[in-house]
Design a protein around this ligand. Structure first.
Ligand code: UDP
Ligand code: MG
Length: 331
């Protein structure tokens, strides 16, 4: 199959028929074999019955319905698990992303050999309260990650199939998929300017809380990415510094008291500072230990992604652990 289009949606009943018709027009013109996976993220309107109707008329439409609202990341993740196409394209359901971009995205993945191509809404049709924080945020992520994208959170993205099978999008991590891909070893990340349109029906599903949660997620994703597998390198280093500082200070004060018989040691601010850093140091150290224990028990503590193998017995092959739906590379 050439193409899987994954559409996460929450209460988008008015948009779906138009979206489906438009996608169909584009992909049939290009003669792709395709599937559209609509993931209903716990809609409370008629979205699911619209999907049922659409899929009855067009068997290329597939649906997944969540029991309740789990969030866009979960919706994308389950769509990714189901996707069979060589190229996987994600697209918002609200008609803000244009299906006319599909052929060029498909070409960039198949011909220019990108692992991931992210849309860039250069001219956005969103309120200022959204575009200004977004500029700032993209700047920070670009600097911290070293990935040269203007628009990390664009809903319109295209992937090579192995990429979506290799990453796990959870929580609110859909904002950072290019980072997840890079860390999974898929470094050819490109960008395409895309047309963005104003929302036609319904309203945005993300409020201002996205500013705070987005920032916290950014911190945790960088922490997990850098120290997730070796937390002691972070906590231990800080803890040791702090502990040594405290130990040094208290030793110095003890010498003053015991050898030089200085009075009033316990009234000096330095005394309290020494105790404080000693305690914090110990706590950081203990935290590091606990974090090590936790990460050592994590299911993916030894997860690595294998790209190719030579001469391995089929039973010994590790490629299967990826459950690839794309052809294995054989030599
Ligand atoms: N969405 C979803 N689950 C959620 C929130 C949003 O599947 O919990 C979908 C939504 O239906 C839309 C896409 O994610 O297809 C992007 O959401 P929205 O358009 O509200 O975001 P915005 O464009 O305002 O950033
Ligand atoms: Mg939208």
């Amino acid at each position: 199959m050439d193409l899987s289009i994954v559409v996460p949606l929450l209460n988008e009943e008015e948009s779906l028929p138009e979206l489906e018709a438009w996608i169909r027009r584009v992909v049939e013109k290009e003669k792709y074999s395709y599937e559209i996976i609509m993931v209903d993220d716990g809609s409370t309107d008629g979205s699911w019955s619209v999907i049922s109707k659409l899929s009855a008329a067009n068997p290329n439409i597939k649906g997944i319905k969540f029991r309740r609202n789990y969030g866009k990341s979960a919706a994308l993740n389950s769509g990714f698990q189901a996707a069979k196409g060589e190229v996987v394209i994600t697209m918002d359901a609200d008609l803000q992303d244009s299906p006319d971009e599909i052929p060029e995205l498909h070409r960039m993945i198949t011909k220019e050999k990108y692992d991931l191509v992210s849309g860039w809404k250069k001219k956005r049709h969103d309120p200022l309260s959204k575009t200004i924080p977004s500029k700032l945020y993209n700047n920070v992520v670009r600097r911290m990650s070293g990935i040269k994208l203007h628009d990390f959170n664009c809903g319109l993205k295209a992937y090579r199939n192995p990429v979506v099978k290799s990453i796990e999008v959870y929580g609110e991590m859909h904002r950072y998929i290019p980072l997840l891909a890079k860390w999974a070893g898929f470094g050819r990340i490109g960008e395409k300017e895309v047309i963005h349109r104003a929302r036609k029906y319904g309203q945005t599903k993300f409020g201002m809380s996205r500013l705070i949660t987005g920032f916290l997620d950014l911190l945790s994703i960088f922490f997990v990415g850098k120290f997730g597998k070796k937390p002691m390198h972070f906590f231990g280093a800080l803890g040791t510094l702090s502990f040594l500082a405290g130990f040094g200070i208290l030793t110095f004060l003890s010498v003053k008291k015991l050898i030089y018989h200085e009075f009033g040691i316990a009234e000096r601010p330095l005394f309290f500072f020494g105790i404080l850093t000693l305690i914090i140091g110990t706590q950081l150290f203990v935290t590091g230990f606990l974090a090590e224990l936790v990460s050592r028990n994590g299911a993916d503590r030894n997860k690595y992604l294998i790209e190719e193998e030579i001469n391995l017995h089929p039973e010994a092959s590790l490629l299967d652990s990826l459950k690839p739906t794309y052809p294995k590379v054989k030599r």
